[in-house]
Write a protein that binds this ligand. Structure first.
Ligand SMILES: Nc1nc2c(ncn2[C@@H]2O[C@H](COP(=O)(O)OP(=O)(O)O)[C@@H](O)[C@H]2O)c(=O)[nH]1
Ligand SMILES: [Mg+2]
Length: 392
């Protein structure tokens, strides 16, 4: 029993293993292993650990994909193809959510008629909803794509879509619905953009190592970026990654102030983000860790904020609109930014005041913007390193 436990712990304990002194060959091997470990540990010291944290659907994996595209090899054809089933699942799930949602609204709302599908689309709706509920989705044929398109264009579905915030409609819905013909081509290979839009719920932890300088790796920092699942049941895995973190990139989807959590439909997503950010800031391991806050999904935020008042969210209750159009968008953004800033300083104890804190406005789908943002992150972290080494 005990031996199984120790075998299981092999990788953890190997650095502290003791060797039999009588056996010179084993001793030599052991010395070699120790030497290599020391070498690796030294090399590891130069690697800066970056952690992507944030609630589910805040954009962590999209940033991760962008980094892969920008500073690594990107996606080869096999990898692009591996997203086909994910994209089809996004399509079928979206149409199911909208169909079932329209039925629900048609039953419960006073102006229920506008949620009733036109009679010729009823059967299609039932069929597609059944497919969307399956675990194995069929290939998206031209025929199915046509049916989905017909349903998507039904005014009842469009009415339902305009209330998507109440229904867990994914943010990629519109994009994929507008591209159904291309997606159903027999030789369809997802584009880079399709992959960025594709939504997979991350489970476990994935990592990538890169150097933003590219060609001249020696002069650039080497980063190791970790992406994790954001839903509540995934968060217990986070804690294992908290040691030795140079910077946390915390993603907050600022467009989600009128949406509820996927895993708890009674909880506003922005309130969850607020509590999560507070919890992360107070982690003992992050005393010296830099915080890069990405206020993400700005593209959705700027469209939404003119129609849905910020104060629907409890955290933003004291928001007062001052203007219209672009000016109002800026005002709303600055208000949200200030809330996060206040939260940061409230949750940062006096022992951690020299921690670096930066806020960036992001749209994770926008490659140029992510590149620019990451350059700024890189510069900030380098500066910080030089300061710590006493070189500035
Ligand atoms: N419109 C828009 N969609 C985004 C943005 N960031 C992420 N998404 C989409 O939101 C969904 C969830 O993003 P993902 O990166 O998987 O979130 P994660 O759960 O934090 O890893 C995906 O469909 C993304 O394409 C953004 O800035 N704007
Ligand atoms: Mg993810």
């Amino acid at each position: 029993m005990l031996s199984t436990v120790f075998q299981g712990m092999g990788s953890l304990c190997s650095r502290h293993r003791h060797y039999n002194e009588g056996d010179t060959e084993e001793n030599a091997q052991a010395a070699e292993i120790e030497r290599r470990i020391a070498q690796e540990t030294k090399a590891e010291k130069h690697i800066q650990k970056l952690l992507l944290l944030g609630a589910g659907e805040s954009g962590k994996s999209t940033i991760f994909k962008q980094i892969k595209l920008l500073f690594q090899t990107g996606f080869d054809e096999a990898e692009l193809r591996s997203y086909i089933s994910v994209i089809y699942a996004n399509v079928y799930q979206t149409i199911k959510i909208l169909h079932d949602g329209s039925k629900e609204f048609a039953q419960s709302e006073s102006d229920s008629l506008k949620y009733v599908l036109s009679p010729e689309n009823k059967d299609i709706g039932e069929k597609l909803s059944a497919i969307g509920g399956r675990l194995d989705h069929p290939r998206l044929t031209k025929e199915l794509a046509h049916e989905i398109e017909t349903l998507w264009k039904d005014s009842a579905i469009q009415e339902t879509y305009s209330r998507g915030n109440e229904l867990q409609v994914p943010d990629c819905a519109h994009y994929f619905m507008e591209n159904l013909q291309r997606l159903s081509d027999v030789n369809y290979v997802p584009t880079k953009e399709d992959v960025l839009y594709a939504r997979v719920r991350t489970t476990g932890v994935v990592e990538i190592q890169f150097s933003p300088v590219g060609e001249n790796k020696k002069s650039g920092e080497v980063y190791r970026l970790f992406d994790v699942g954001g839903q509540r049941n995934e968060r217990r895995k986070w804690i294992h990654l908290f040691e030795g973190v140079t910077a946390v990139i915390f993603c907050a989807a600022i467009s989600e102030y009128d949406q509820m959590l996927f895993e708890d439909e009674s909880k506003n997503r922005m309130m969850e983000t607020k509590e999560l950010f507070d919890w992360v800031l107070k982690q003992p391991c992050f005393e010296k860790t830099s915080f890069m806050l990405f206020l993400n999904k700005f593209d959705i935020f700027e469209k939404k904020v003119l129609n849905v008042p910020l104060n629907v969210c409890d955290w933003f209750k004291d928001y007062q609109p001052v203007s219209t159009g672009k000016q109002e968008i800026e005002h709303a953004y600055e208000f949200v930014k200030k809330k996060f800033e206040e939260l940061y300083f409230q949750s940062t104890g006096p022992d951690r005041v020299d921690r670096v804190f930066k806020i960036y406005r992001t749209t994770a789908l926008d490659q140029k913007l992510v590149k620019k943002t990451f350059k700024l992150v890189d510069e900030t972290l380098r500066r910080r390193n030089l300061l710590e080494a006493g070189l500035l």
